[in-house]
Write a protein that binds this ligand. Structure first.
Ligand code: PLP
Length: 458
């Protein structure tokens, strides 16, 4: 309200147009046209705009509202915590109850043995922390040259200076002086382009050779860590070919390179199991979690480290003094309370199994709707993450034309039909990553709206 006057959608849009600076936005267009919609509420998989119109949110926000909107169990946990202990820092060993309980719960849930968890605020700052930990680790071990980080083309790890450098999307480097000199990118496991026409085994061998060659070029004694999402999300929803991590991991082990699993999207059930690492056979030394940790009810992330890494970090004190890293909001008690309530819901409502079941339905529906569409090159994904990629020429990868930008136009046309998806322009794809509570009828509505939208654009 504004002096008792309840602002309508047009007035809210105008405030936003004039004063808000939006992330990942064509800035001048927004300043000229304002926002495409003003959201005022959410329940389950449905968002409501200021005009009272309903939308199926087929993206769960940004791959994050896994338990759905409007969960009173989490809202109550947040309110209770704010009343009881609204804040407690974690510096100098200070502890509070909820972060302590959440740490123990995460270590117990971890897909491979993990020893400790460090909390941050976002996936980006958590990946920055992981890089600092990998550097600290090698400094403690007396290997100051072992500092480079290998990420992958099309990986998405965030947008802070370091995590933005790890991200392997040129569109996110442009204008920002990224990536950084200590970051390298290995080949993406992207079937449609890099693996076109190859069997899984041949593609895996090609990817492993690419990594071996990169390590040989750089020198293993200059490389600290390799970071990978189990399934690449924002880079196009790219699952690796069968056997990929089984082939990659021995290479990393041989060269004493730490494996960081970026579970920010896959963690907490999106692939139908609690962690993407289990689905993909990853055995990480370090794991980054965020998004689904709280289903985005509170900004919270975590860096989990194995006992092998922890023992070295813990020895660092004798060399460098007390560990000199942390955020005001590390171990925020409201965030931890939100996470605990969120994890309770995943369990009590069996939502991870549900993600697998409705996910299988979504994959089937996407393939049925788009598999033979004349402008679709590939429908991919598994469980509750999927993408449809548009190509100029279905016969092969050669004709990819980034100027086509079909996906943003399809997303806009789908929004007019009451469904929210996300364009991934770097892969000319639309992504689907709905809340785990989405109903089959809502999946039907989303897929039909997108098929209609694609036909309109076509
Ligand atoms: N890592 C992955 C795999 C992500 O998908 C994202 C965000 O989409 C991030 C890291 C960055 O997280 P945040 O946006 O919370 O900084």
């Amino acid at each position: 309200t504004n002096g008792g006057h309840r602002l309508d959608g047009g007035e809210l849009a105008e405030l936003d147009r004039r004063f808000a600076f939006h992330p990942f936005t064509a800035l001048a267009d927004h300043e000229r046209n304002g926002p495409p919609m003003v959201v005022t509420g959410g329940k389950g998989a449905i968002l409501t705009d200021a005009a009272g119109r309903d939308y199926v949110d087929a993206m769960a926000g940004l791959w994050c509202v896994n338990v759905g909107y409007g969960r009173t169990e989490i809202a109550d946990a947040i309110a209770d915590q704010a009343r009881t202990l609204s804040y407690c820092h974690a510096f100098s060993s200070m502890a509070s109850d909820k972060p302590a309980m959440l740490s123990a719960r995460l270590i117990e849930m971890a897909p491979v043995p993990m020893s400790k968890v460090f909390f941050g605020n976002s996936g980006s700052d958590a990946n920055d922390t992981q890089v600092k930990l990998a550097w600290y680790y090698n400094n403690v071990l007396g290997r100051p040259a072992k500092k480079k980080i290998i990420a992958r083309e099309r990986g998405y790890h965030g947008v802070t200076i370091v995590s933005g450098g790890l991200t392997g999307l040129p569109g996110l480097h442009a204008g920002f002086d990224l990536p950084l000199p200590f970051i390298r990118h290995a080949m993406a496991p992207r079937r449609l382009w890099e693996g076109h026409g190859l069997s899984d085994a041949e593609f895996v061998a090609k990817l492993a050779d690419d990594l071996e060659a990169l390590i040989a070029r750089e020198g293993a004694d200059t490389i600290a860590a390799f970071i990978a999402e189990p399934v690449q999300g924002a880079g196009g929803v790219i699952a690796p070919p069968e056997g990929y991590f089984a082939a990659i991991q021995p290479i990393l082990e041989k060269h004493d390179i730490l494996l960081i699993a970026d579970e920010v999207i896959c963690g907490f059930g999106r692939l139908g199991q609690m962690f993407g690492s289990s689905v993909m056979g990853m055995k990480p030394d370090m794991m980054t979690v965020a998004k689904g940790l709280t289903s985005a009810y509170f900004p919270l992330s975590g860096c989990m480290v194995s006992e092998k890494v922890w023992r070295v970090l813990a020895e660092g004190g004798s060399k460098f003094g007390p560990f000199g890293h942390g955020y005001t909001y590390s171990s925020h008690p409201i965030g931890a309370a939100a996470a605990l309530a969120n994890l309770d819901l995943l369990e009590s409502d069996a939502l991870v199994a549900r993600a697998g079941e409705v996910g299988a339905y979504m994959q089937e529906r996407l393939r049925a709707a788009f598999g033979d569409h004349p402008m679709v090159g590939e429908v991919r994904g598994q469980a509750l993450i999927g993408a449809v990629e548009f190509v100029a020429d279905r016969a092969g990868p050669a004709a990819f034309d980034p100027a086509l930008k079909v996906a943003p136009r399809v997303v806009k046309a789908a929004l007019d039909r009451g469904v929210i998806g996300r364009a991934l322009p770097s892969a000319d794809s639309i992504a689907f990553s709905p809340p785990f509570v989405i109903e089959r009828a809502e999946i039907d509505r989303a897929v039909e709206a997108f098929r209609d939208a694609a036909d309109q654009v076509w």
